[in-house]
Design a protein around this ligand. Structure first.
Ligand code: GLN
Length: 468
C-alpha cells in the first residue's frame, strides 16, 4: 500500500496502524531470512508506536499524513538508543547517542521505524555485497544483487517488507538500488535535507533521501524531511516551486548518457517511453561534455573525504577497541580487524591523493574538473527544464559477478555520480520492463533538475509512471 492510500484508510477507520505494522512484520518474518534486507527489526518499538497512533485516533485526533507509516532506515542513519553499524564490524555494538535530524522530523510526524537495513559498509559499494553482515538479495531475482549501497532499503520496499525507506546517496546509492529493485529513489539537492546524524562517507556529496513505491510517496517523505537545520551548516531552506516558463516542460536527452556501454534493451525502453511522453513534454538532444570525467573525478574527491571522515573510527573515539601494547598497535588492530577491504582501499586512495606532492596533481585537479561538470549542468539548464537518462547502464548483475573487479563495479554508477558532484537533485523511477533470464526487471529512468527544483522531478516522475 502506498502512503497516501494508507493515510486515507487510516482516516476513515478502514485500517489501523497496528494492522499495517503487523502486516509488514509478518512479511519480514517470511522473507528476510532469504533476502537479508534487515539487519535488525524493531518489532516491539514498532508495535508500541502503532498502538499509540491507534489510541490517538480512537480518542478523536485527526491523523497526520505520516501517522503510522512504517519506514525502514538505512543502518548509517542514527536512531537514539539503537545500534547504527553502517554494516561495519567496527561499529557492530555502537548505539546512537542522538537522533539524526531526519529521524527527529519523522518521529514528530508520527512515522514508525520498522528496522535498520543492510548496506555496503559505510555506504561504499554498488551491490550491498560489502556488508560485514552478508549480502542482501534482489527480491526480483535472488541470484542477483539489489544494487547498493542502500540495497537493504530498496529490497525492503520492493518486497513489501516496509511501506517506505530512507537511504543515503553519495554517488548513486539511492537511485541505483531503487532502479535495480524496481522502486522509486530520490537524491535531493545537496543541502535540501540535513545530514546531521548520517554517518558521513563523503560530506560534500552525501544526501539522505526516500526510497518508495511511488513518486508521490517520495514527494511526501521529501517534504517531511527537508529544510534548514541548525545541526548542519550546509542545509538550507529554499522554496522549490518555481514553474517552468512554458506550459510544456522541456526535457534534455544528453547524448553522453546513451553512448557505448548502455544495454541496448534499456536504451530501447527509454526511447519508447520518450515517444509516449512527447504529447506532454518537448524533448531535445543536449550535451554534457565533461561526463566522461565524472567517474575519475568522483574516485579522487570521494576517497579524499572518506579518508578524513574514517579517521574517527580508531577504537578510541569511535568503534570496537582491540587490545594493543601502545597507541599505534591499538589503532592498527582496531582498524585492521574492524574495517573491511573496500573501505580500506578507499582510505588508502584518499590518503594518497591528499598527500604532499600529489595533492595538486590529483585532488586540486579533480576539484577543477568538478566545477566543469557543475557548469555542464548550469549550461544545460539554460536550455531545458529537466534532463532524462537511464539510471544504470545494465540490469542487476549476479551476486559475486563484480566483487573481484572494483573498476567494473565503479562503472555501475556512471550515470548517477555527476548529480552528486554538481549538487543537483535526481530521481529514479521505473520506466518500463525487461524480461531477462525468465525474470521481470524494471528499467530505472533518471530525471535530473536544477538545484532545489525537486517539484519538477515529481511532476515529470508521475508522468513516467503514467506513460510507462
Ligand atoms: N556506489 C558508489 C560508491 O561505491 C556510490 C556510493 C554511495 O552513493 N554511497 O562509492
Amino acid at each position: 500500500m502506498a502512503i497516501k492510500e494508507f493515510h486515507e484508510k487510516l482516516k476513515n477507520r478502514k485500517t489501523s496502524a497496528r494492522e499495517a505494522v503487523s502486516g509488514y512484520l509478518e512479511k519480514i518474518k517470511k522473507e528476510n531470512s532469504v533476502l537479508n534486507a534487515f539487519l535488525e527489526v524493531f518489532e516491539e518499538e514498532a508495535m508500541r508506536g502503532a498502538e499509540e497512533v491507534d489510541s490517538r485516533i480512537a480518542s478523536g485526533e485527526e491523523p497526520g499524513g505520516l501517522w503510522g507509516v512504517p519506514i525502514a532506515v538505512k543502518d548509517n542513519i542514527l536512531i537514539k538508543g539503537n545500534i547504527a553499524s553502517a554494516s561495519s564490524k567496527i561499529l557492530g555494538n555502537y548505539r546512537a547517542a542522538y537522533d539524526a535530524s531526519v529521524i527527529t522530523k519523522l518521529k514528530k510526524a508520527g512515522a514508525i521505524f520498522i528496522g535498520r537495513t543492510n548496506m555496503d559498509e559505510f555506504a561504499m559499494g554498488s551491490s550491498t555485497e560489502n556488508s560485514a553482515y552478508g549480502p542482501t538479495k534482489n527480491p526480483l531475482d535472488t541470484k542477483r544483487v539489489p544494487g547498493g549501497s542502500s540495497g537493504g532499503s530498496a529490497a525492503a520496499v520492493a518486497a513489501e517488507m516496509s511501506m517506505a525507506a530512507l537511504g543515503s546517496d553519495t554517488g548513486g546509492s539511492i537511485r541505483q538500488p531503487a532502479a535495480f529493485c524496481g522502486t522509486v529513489g530520490l537524491k535531493p539537492t545537496y543541502g535540501a535535507v540535513s545530514r546531521s546524524g548520517l554517518i558521513a562517507m563523503a560530506s560534500s556529496l552525501d544526501q539522505i533521501g526516500p526510497i518508495t513505491q511511488t513518486v508521490e510517496d517520495a514527494e511526501i517523505l521529501f517534504n517531511a524531511i527537508k529544510g534548514k537545520d541548525i545541526y548542519d551548516a550546509t542545509s538550507t531552506e529554499k522554496n522549490t516551486s518555481r514553474k517552468p516558463e512554458d506550459a510544456k516542460m522541456k526535457i534534455g536527452i544528453p547524448e553522453e548518457y546513451f553512448a557505448e556501454g548502455l544495454d541496448g534493451r534499456i536504451r530501447d525502453t527509454i526511447d519508447n517511453l520518450i515517444e509516449k511522453m512527447k504529447g506532454r513534454f518537448s524533448f531535445r538532444e543536449i550535451s554534457l561534455p565533461h561526463t566522461k570525467y565524472a567517474v575519475s573525478c568522483y574516485y579522487i574527491i570521494m576517497p579524499a573525504e572518506v579518508s578524513s571522515n574514517m579517521a574517527r573510527f580508531d577504537g578510541i573515539r569511535y568503534g570496537a577497541r582491540k587490545h594493543g601494547r601502545d597507541l599505534a598497535e591499538i589503532y592498527k588492530k582496531s582498524r585492521g580487524e574492524g574495517i573491511g577491504l573496500e573501505v580500506r582501499r578507499r582510505i588508502l586512495l584518499g590518503t594518497y591523493v591528499l598527500s604532499h606532492g600529489y595533492y595538486d596533481a590529483y585532488y586540486m585537479r579533480a576539484q577543477k574538473v568538478r566545477t566543469l561538470i557543475k557548469k555542464d549542468f548550469d549550461e544545460a539548464f539554460k536550455e531545458v527544464d529537466l534532463i532524462i537518462s537511464p539510471t544504470t547502464p545494465t540490469l542487476p548483475f549476479n551476486i559475486g559477478e563484480k566483487s573481484s573487479d572494483p573498476l567494473s563495479m565503479y562503472l555501475s554508477d556512471i550515470y548517477t555520480i555527476s548529480a552528486n558532484l554538481a549538487g543537483v537533485p535526481a530521481i529514479s523511477v521505473p520506466g518500463g520492463n525487461i524480461e531477462d533470464g525468465g525474470k521481470d526487471f524494471a528499467v530505472g529512468v533518471q530525471l535530473v533538475a536544477p538545484r532545489f527544483m525537486e517539484n519538477l522531478l515529481f511532476e515529470a516522475g508521475k508522468a513516467v509512471e503514467e506513460e510507462r
